[in-house]
Design a protein around this ligand. Structure first.
Ligand SMILES: [Zn+2]
Length: 112
């Protein structure tokens, strides 16, 4: 994809290990859904918004999770769920980049 080739040209590689938990290889599925850091973030945000859906668990894609979460969420809260579904991955990605490029330490409180 465009981003991958651009990063490769700049000599920036995919990080071999997730910098948010330091436990598993960094894949997009791990980073946004399976990582303990991500799971905790999802849990806090969904709880805060009173959305009864369970955080991502064993889903392979965000779409799989979103379809399940939508079914678990009353219609009046679905717009909030949609926003959260976009914003949480965005904020996790930003936090990941701060760790990769600015040597920041991952902080769930700061992200939330
Ligand atoms: Zn991780």
């Amino acid at each position: 994809c465009w981003t991958a080739s651009r990063l490769a040209r700049r000599g920036l590689q995919h990080h071999p290990r997730c910098l948010l938990c330091d436990q598993d290889p960094e894949t997009i599925q791990h980073l946004l859904m399976a990582c303990p850091f991500a799971k905790q973030t999802w849990h806090i945000i969904l709880d805060w918004a009173h959305i009864p859906a369970q955080p991502p668990a064993n889903e392979t894609t965000m779409m799989d999770w979103w379809l399940r979460a939508k079914a678990q969420t009353p219609p009046t809260l679905r717009k909030a769920l949609q926003s959260i579904t976009l914003l949480v991955p965005w904020m996790i990605w930003k936090q990941r980049n701060e760790c990769v490029f600015d040597n920041a330490r991952p902080l769930i409180d700061a992200l939330v």
